[in-house]
Structures are given as structure tokens and as C-alpha cells.
Write a protein that binds this ligand. Structure first.
Ligand code: GDP
Ligand code: MG
Length: 261
């Protein structure tokens, strides 16, 4: 396998729709509590192994899992199934681009039967060969809206501040998807973009697209590492570099030592 593969895991609650309906009409607050606790525990278990989980739809989450092998996936799955009233299935895939990896992770699980099939439980499906610890690459951009506190949070009503972020998300998701990258909202004015293979000029095009449509300026700190946690940490440091450049920079890339193309 060449060196630049990203590994993505789909985490799917088994038979969730039928299970939720059995809880009766008062279920919604309990389901929200369950979903947040499940996300918290899954994030804890994967990030201990230097992976990172995006909550996505909550019933279907995507994780960047470079360096996490099938056995560790199985242990995480077992722990979740022991501690929660639901079970989860996992699909793992790898590819040069994040879109390719998540498509493979989805397909390999979908091939085992539908998410609401009573007998499809605790599946762990792997698409082909996975990159080894030293064999992969994770590139993540941390995108932040400039001056969101003064322009949005402290100025317009809270709901409008929230829908502004949905609009930013919408443009980012469309533009990055056409470049094979996946965008996730991370809270506040922050977006995380799993974006292996993207060059600085492409991030620049996307940021300009948002500022052209919404009159908001953005910055992107980009990290490249062997694991999701390493890439995120470098992305965060890259954002700090942009902040300390006092407006001279809007994109900064930091790579871990020994990470090449
Ligand atoms: N997920 C995440 N959220 C952050 C981070 N830093 C700040 N935030 C959130 O983003 C909001 C805006 O912070 P910031 O971008 O520093 O303010 P601005 O300079 O006025 O845009 C904060 O209120 C937090 O909710 C971060 O590193 N990660
Ligand atoms: Mg900001």
C-alpha cells in the first residue's frame, strides 16, 4: 500500500429505528441523552488510540482511525455493546481520498445487511487491506470564522448565529465534497475538514467562495500527521500561527516529521 492512505470507520447503531419506537412517545429527551453519552464514550475510546470521531447523524458516526487495527476496533465495539442498551456495527475502509475511504467503509457494512435488519448485529466489516501505523496519512483542516464573537455571537440573536453557521457549513460541505474532502461542524464557529490530497490553493478557493457569498472571512490551519489526533494538534498550532501573523496569513500548513506525500 502506498503511504498516503486515510482510514475511516463508519459506526452505526444496529436496528435503532425499531428500538426507539419501542420506548413510546416520551422518548425524545432520553434519546438525546443516550446519543450524547454514546458519542462521548465512542470519542473517548477512539481518541485514546489517537483516532477521532465526528458525531455526524449520531446514529451513524464517521471516525478517522489511522493506526487503529481490527482487534482494537473489536474491543471498542465490545465495550460499547456492554455499556449501552444498543449494539453497534462497524465498517472500515481506506483510500487516497476521504470520500473514497468513507464510501468503502459504508459499502462494506451495507453489504452485510440493512441497518434495521433484526439479525444484523455487532458486525465488524473490513474493506480490503488497511494501512499500517506508519503507512498512512491524515490531513485535517481546522477552519474558523474571523471575529465571530464581535460580528455574530455578541451582535445577532442566538438562533440567527446558529443558522449562520449552518449556511457556512452548507457552502463548505458542497465545495469541499467536490474536492473529495469531508466537512464536520465542531461547535462554535469551527469546522473540521478531513482533506487528504488538498493543496493550499484549493483551500483558498473554498474560503473565497464563503466570503463571496456570506461576507464572512475564514482562516484554515491545516495539520498533516500519522494519526487523527496528531493532524488535529498540528491544525490547531497552524491556526495559532495564523492568529499571530495579524492578518498576513489565512492558511497555514504544518506537517509532522517524516510525513511526505
Ligand atoms: N471546537 C472548537 N471550538 C473552539 C475552539 N476555539 C474556540 N472555539 C469556539 O469558537 C468560538 C469563537 O471563538 P474564536 O474563533 O476564538 O473567536 P473569534 O476570534 O471572535 O472568531 C468560541 O466561543 C468557542 O465556542 C477550538 O479550538 N475548537
Ligand atoms: Mg473564530
Amino acid at each position: 500500500m502506498t503511504k498516503s492512505h486515510i482510514q475511516i470507520t463508519l459506526i452505526q447503531i444496529d436496528n435503532y429505528g425499531p428500538w426507539t419506537r419501542r420506548l413510546g412517545p416520551d422518548r425524545e429527551p432520553d434519546l438525546q441523552i443516550l446519543q450524547s453519552k454514546l458519542y462521548a464514550e465512542i470519542q473517548r475510546l477512539f481518541s485514546l488510540k489517537r483516532g477521532f470521531v465526528f458525531y455526524g447523524r449520531f446514529d451513524n458516526m464517521l471516525a478517522v482511525t489511522n493506526g487503529i487495527d481490527v482487534n482494537v476496533h473489536r474491543k471498542i465495539q465490545e465495550r460499547i455493546c456492554e455499556r449501552f442498551p444498543i449494539t453497534i456495527s462497524l465498517g472500515i475502509g481506506a483510500g487516497v481520498y476521504p470520500t473514497e475511504a468513507q464510501e468503502k467503509a459504508s459499502r462494506v457494512l451495507q453489504d452485510q445487511g440493512g441497518s434495521q435488519l433484526e439479525e444484523r448485529r455487532k458486525v465488524l466489516a473490513v474493506d480490503g487491506q488497511l494501512p499500517s501505523t506508519l503507512d498512512g496519512l491524515v490531513q485535517i483542516a481546522h477552519i474558523d470564522v474571523n471575529d465571530s464573537t464581535s460580528k455574530i455571537t455578541d451582535t445577532i440573536p442566538a438562533y440567527n448565529a446558529f443558522t449562520t453557521m449552518l449556511k457556512v457549513h452548507d457552502i463548505l460541505a458542497k465545495e469541499f465534497l467536490s474536492r473529495n474532502a469531508l466537512v464536520f461542524f465542531a461547535g462554535g464557529d469551527n469546522f473540521l475538514v478531513v482533506s487528504n490530497g488538498l493543496k493550499e490553493a484549493e483551500y483558498d478557493q473554498v474560503l473565497k467562495c464563503v466570503s463571496g457569498q456570506l461576507h464572512l472571512s475564514l482562516k484554515a490551519g491545516i495539520g498533516r500527521g500519522r494519526s487523527a489526533v496528531e493532524a488535529l494538534s498540528l491544525a490547531s498550532r497552524a491556526l495559532d500561527k495564523i492568529r499571530s501573523s495579524k492578518g498576513n496569513e489565512s492558511i497555514h500548513i504544518l506537517s509532522a516529521p517524516l510525513v511526505d506525500n
